[in-house]
Design a protein around this ligand. Structure first.
Ligand code: ADP
Ligand code: MG
Length: 713
């Protein structure tokens, strides 16, 4: 099924003699202690070290003479310490550390505020490099204020080769006891040992197109840039050398995604899906409403995919409540009409249960048989279901990940639908697919994925986005309420219940204190029961048995329970259109995306819906920003972008599960633009057999490992 070129482990270059793979602990000046410090920071090899960019650069090529300093400038000065000492001032607790510096031209005064420890850093006779703001003060005159400093002529040797001065110098973040200066020296040593030519994974044509230097040159210039390099570009990580190394990393990552995509596209289904008028009529028969334009477009793309000879591999993305389920179900109908089976996977039992109930209802008039399989069904029922799946007696199975366990064998699985799986990554999806026999795969997520992440975590999928909501929806009105407004919030809830609506009260369940929180949720339910005597209060939490939970949920969906107190188990997918109020307790403890997901449980019907975020002060800066972001927007895409900025991609999706790679030089936020270029270039490279062959032949073990390239060729 796989055609050449392949990533062949035996054929890849051995890393044993690669100077870049030399371990740092064997370098001069790196003892066991430093090696351990470096290792803790994730740096084991020379290659690791060279791919840790300086945090910024200072231009010490244009050293300013002490006599030429001008107020308002930022200047680099280099010279010898004449005197240095701490001065107490009349303001209590305020110290000034003052230094007199001499260079070839004369002397200048340097002042640091409230840094008394500098006493132990400077002594007369030392050579230092300073970089900072020039000010004019009256009295006192011209001075450098709070500059960055670096000792250059201390015990560690001189600067004969001009590593630390006389050029644009890199400034590194300290690693353990290693100072920026020691790191600079180390990097310089490593660079000097580089062989004259390095393998380059970037195709030459790509390099030319983007005017990028070769690998060796780039490694040098990313640390020790030529004098004419723009400091502004360097500090924005966009010098040609930096761009090249970032692009290289993203290119390799995208190459992996591209290979996976290609392997998938080369698969061939063992059946053909047909769509005729009879099938269209049967689909229309179950449809309880008119599809929105966004739903129609998505469905068309899905059906088009399914009619192809190669399996579908598509992501259906859309904000909570946009109506992804019905789109998936219509696709499922097409597949079942073609005599094939459908698996519908949900991340939680509760959600699987919900889907099962609503799908069963929708399909009741059809001839298709729906069944469910979760981890919690009894052994006997389970055996029966497994048999029904195997014999084809069941057409559609709704379930949790129990569905992909080994003993579950489908007679003819045509379509696998994976709902709300934003926690699934590229690799996990691949594993899952391998269990099937080339089924079509539709992944649905309600977490709007910022474009950058869509290119990484879901880069191996085709994407459809539903941007509109079903007609008549009004945005949920959201308000922040301090704890002290609790009574008013309850009064508000009561009025909605009296109008015949239903409400959720959600309690956070933090893992470490699961027990106490559970108690809080239980106590809360009791309190609310006493407060809302005319209404029925239900309680839902993760520790309940699934059938108890299902029973509560069914009663809520049927309108028998009016007020549902719950932990976050209701986070995804729950759909009760008559519920119009969502009270979130301890809203400050929830993440941004989570709050948005929770709020998505209301606003699903024709009635105006409300969300009340009850918080306990004082709020941290971060919590305040989060809460304001949720209150200020109902647009999931905006919120996701905010979330990405606040938390970073790793946190947001959970790096490991999300398939977001561990990147060395690239930054998913800073380098969004380059990610797009990388994808374009990598996919283009793969389309050209000659280019692909030469790129893949040059990949070494480290790359294949880091980007999961092994075995996907
Ligand atoms: P999500 O995309 O969050 O999974 P659902 O599929 O659960 O959203 O749909 C949310 C609600 O909107 C459901 O009650 C569903 O029946 C309803 N719905 C979906 N599409 C439409 C539509 N085109 N017109 C009216 N209601 C719709
Ligand atoms: Mg859903």
């Amino acid at each position: 099924m796989v055609s050449p070129p392949q990533v062949n482990r035996d054929a890849t270059r051995s890393t044993a003699h690669d100077p870049l793979q030399r371990e740092l602990r064997f370098l001069k000046g790196v003892g066991p202690r430093r090696a351990a410090e470096l290792e803790r920071a994730g740096l084991r090899t020379a290659d690791d070290l060279l791919h840790r960019f300086p945090i910024r650069f200072e231009d010490r090529s244009q050293l300013c003479r002490s006599t030429d300093l001008r107020p308002g400038e930022t200047a680099a000065v280099c010279g010898e310490v004449v005197s240095a000492g701490l001065h107490r001032t009349r303001r209590r607790g305020f110290t000034l550390f003052e230094m007199l510096l001499r260079d070839d031209a004369g002397m200048c005064r340097v002042v640091w505020m409230n840094q008394p420890f500098l006493q132990d850093v400077f002594s007369p006779g030392q050579r230092v490099a300073l970089y900072g703001k020039v000010e004019w003060r009256d009295p006192g005159g011209l001075r450098l204020t709070n500059p960055q400093y670096e000792l250059i002529g201390d015990a560690e040797g001189d600067d004969d080769d001009g590593v630390h001065t006389g050029r644009i110098v890199p400034v590194y973040e300290r690693i353990g006891s290693l100072t920026t200066k020691q790191l600079r020296r180390l990097v310089h040593d490593v660079l000097q040992r580089l062989p004259p030519a390095l393998e380059d994974p970037l195709p030459a044509a790509l390099r030319r197109r983007h005017a990028l230097p070769e690998r060796r040159e780039a490694l040098w210039a990313a640390h020790f840039p030529a004098a004419e390099t723009s400091l502004e570009l360097l500090n924005a990580f966009r010098s040609p050398a930096q761009t090249r190394l970032i692009l290289e990393e993203l290119f390799l990552f995208q190459l992996g995604l591209g290979l996976r995509r290609r392997a998938h596209a080369q698969g061939r289904k063992r059946w053909t899906i047909r769509v005729d008028d009879a099938i269209r009529r049967s689909a229309l028969a179950v449809l309880p409403f008119r599809l929105t334009p966004g739903q129609k477009t998505a469905l068309r793309a899905i059906v088009d995919d399914m009619r192809q000879a190669q399996p579908m591999n598509r992501l259906l993305q859309g904000d909570v409540g946009c109506g992804k389920t019905i789109v998936a179900l219509l696709a499922a109908l097409v597949v079942m009409e073609n005599g094939l089976q459908v698996a519908f996977m949900a991340p939680t039992e509760l959600l699987a249960e919900q889907h099962y109930l609503s799908i069963e209802r929708l399909l009741a008039p059809s001839r298709f048989r729906v069944t469910s399989l979760t981890g919690s069904v009894g052994a006997k029922a389970r055996r029966e279901t497994v048999t029904a799946i195997e014999t084809g007696a069941a057409d559609l199975v709704v379930g949790t990940h129990a569905l992909v366990q080994r003993e579950v064998r489908f007679r003819a699985l045509g379509l696998a639908i994976i709902d709300e799986q934003h926690r699934f990554g590229v690799l996990q999806r691949a594993t899952l697919r391998d269990k099937g026999r080339q089924p079509d795969v539709l992944v649905m997520t309600a977490t709007p994925i910022p474009r950058t992440l869509a290119l990484t975590s879901y880069g191996d999928l085709d994407v459809s986005v539903i941007r509109d909501l079903p007609p008549g929806r009004r945005p949920v009105k959201t308000k922040l309420e301090p704890e002290s407004h609790r009574d008013a919030v309850y009064a508000f809830v009561r009025r909605r219940l009296q109008e015949g609506r239903q409400a959720y009260v959600v309690y956070p369940l933090v893992e470490e204190s699961a027990k106490t929180d559970l108690k809080a949720a239980t106590t809360m339910a009791q309190t609310l029961e006493a407060l809302f005597r005319d209404h029925t209060v239900g309680l839902l939490h993760g520790r309940m048995k699934p059938d108890e939970r299902g029973a509560v949920m069914r009663r809520f969906a049927a309108g028998e329970v009016h007020l549902l107190v719950s932990t976050t188990v209701i986070e995804v997918g729950v759909d009760v259109p008559n519920a119009t109020v969502m009270v979130i307790e301890h809203a400050e403890r929830f993440g941004l995306a989570q709050l948005h997901q929770l709020r998505g449980r209301v606003g699903r019907g024709p009635h105006q819906s409300y969300c009340r975020l009850l918080y306990q002060g004082p709020l941290s800066q971060m919590a305040r920003t989060r809460l304001k972001a949720v209150a200020g927007s109902t647009n999931g895409f905006d919120i996701a972008e905010q979330d990405l900025l606040l938390r970073g991609p790793g946190e947001m999706l959970g790096t490991r599960q999300s398939g977001v790679p561990t990147l060395q030089v690239a930054d998913l936020i800073r380098d969004r633009d380059l990610m797009e270029t990388a994808q374009r270039e990598a996919f283009a490279a793969l389309r050209d057999a000659t280019v692909a062959a030469s790129v893949l032949a040059r990949l070494d073990d480290t790359w294949t490992e880091r980007f999961g390239l092994a075995g996907v060729g």
